[in-house]
Design a protein around this ligand. Structure first.
Ligand SMILES: *Cc1c(COP(=O)(O)O)cnc(C)c1O
Ligand code: SF4
Length: 368
């Protein structure tokens, strides 16, 4: 049997499994939550859980708070509503989200797709065929994002069937996968998998990391294999209360990602998903983190901070207010230290007259 399949079999799924491995939990409580929202924790992730309530623990160990029905909704992003065929969400003009499985190696307690993951039968071959047909018949789709669940839970053969079918569609330029497998189940990143994926370039991956302690030697090796297969690797991070909601942890995470050749892409504000309210921070926290990164560290270590608008509005970036004023002749800009600078606008006819006379470049400090 493949190592990664054996690792999955040795995962924690029930309250008793936690106790058998000497984790301090209330097994009955765990089982009550697991009945509603499944639990799975791979041996790799178990090794990283040092103590009850640490940032690694909190991401994956169920809490009764998840059963609070009053908070949030099942499908905050209207993924099932903005869906022309089951499994596909077509929200933006030229790209689609294509859910190809509903299972994951580990179930994150804060998952936006809590309504779906691990809860019912896996997505059927028939549904996948309908998705492929929709993409084939929709020429404006030039970018397909495979997600789930976690697409790398599929066998190499099934994954290759889907990816090669997409690659055979002339208007599909870019194929990408969103996955948390390299950090949950690094043994899944085999040489065979990498050799298969590299046949289908341009092929991109977005990995999901939330805390610097997730970046271990095994994870580094897995990401190295993917990068060596020529796959550009991005990182998505969810802003989570009590886990990564401050500048120091986030900066450390972003720096460590760059050392394993993964480039930060998005930092997500937690969605209003039912059963996840205890993870939500105020958006001002995310903005503060971005202000603490932008200019203070490597430009490409700074992710875009996104609120995915409830009700299907899509991803909206939250940015520090860098333009203080749009004047007729110049714009006033605020830099990362709070300094205010002028930038003269060119003459409408392209001839720079008086307007380009040097103005004092630095005006004042605005420490908002
Ligand atoms: C996030 C997302 C995408 C991809 O968005 P990018 O900004 O291009 O990464 C596409 N479709 C849906 C429905 C999404 O949620
Ligand atoms: S890996 Fe992704 S899809 Fe799976 S439970 Fe975690 S956040 Fe949800």
């Amino acid at each position: 049997m493949d190592t990664w399949k054996r690792d999955l079999q040795q995962s924690i799924k029930r309250g008793e499994d936690f106790l058998a491995k000497s984790f301090d939990v209330d097994a009955q409580e765990i089982n009550a939550v697991a009945k509603e929202y499944p639990v799975r924790i791979t041996p790799h992730w178990q090794k990283l859980m040092k103590e009850k309530g640490d940032p690694i623990w909190l991401q994956v160990v169920p809490e009764v708070k998840e059963l609070d029905e009053a908070s949030g909704v099942d499908d905050p992003l209207h993924e099932d509503i903005d869906s022309p065929v089951p499994g596909i969400t077509h929200r933006y003009p030229d790209r689609v989200l294509f859910l190809v499985t509903s299972v994951c190696a580990v179930y994150c307690r804060f998952c936006t797709r809590k309504r779906l993951v691990g809860r019912s039968a896996d997505i059927s071959d028939k549904t996948i065929e309908m998705g492929l047909k929709y993409i084939r018949e929709t020429p404006r789709v030039r970018d397909v994002l495979l997600s789930g669940g976690d697409p790398l839970m599929l066998s190499d053969a099934k994954l290759e069937y889907i990816i090669s079918s997409l690659r055979a569609i002339p208007h599909v330029e870019v194929i990408r996968i969103g996955t948390r497998i390299p950090v949950f189940l690094p043994s899944r990143i085999t040489d065979d998998l990498c050799a298969m994926l590299k046949k289908y370039h341009p092929f991109y991956m977005n990995l999901h990391f939330n805390h610097p302690d997730e970046i271990t030697e095994e994870v580094k090796a897995a990401c190295g294999k993917l990068a060596d297969a020529g796959i550009p690797l991005g990182a998505q991070t969810v802003l989570l209360k009590g886990i990564n909601d401050n500048v120091e942890i986030m900066k450390k995470l972003m720096h460590k990602l760059l050392t394993i050749r993964v480039r930060p892409y998005y930092l997500y504000q937690a969605d209003m998903t039912k059963g996840t309210a205890h993870f939500r921070t105020d958006p001002s926290v995310g903005l503060k983190i971005i202000k603490g990164l932008r200019g203070h560290t490597t430009g490409f270590a700074v992710p875009q901070y996104i609120i995915d608008a409830p009700g299907g509005g899509g991803k909206i970036p939250i940015l520090p207010d860098s333009v203080v004023e749009w004047g007729e002749k110049e714009i006033l800009l605020r830099n990362f230290e709070g300094g205010i600078y002028h930038y003269p606008r060119p003459e409408p006819d392209g001839v720079d007259g008086d307007r380009q006379k040097p103005t004092p470049q630095f005006v004042e400090m605005d420490l908002r």
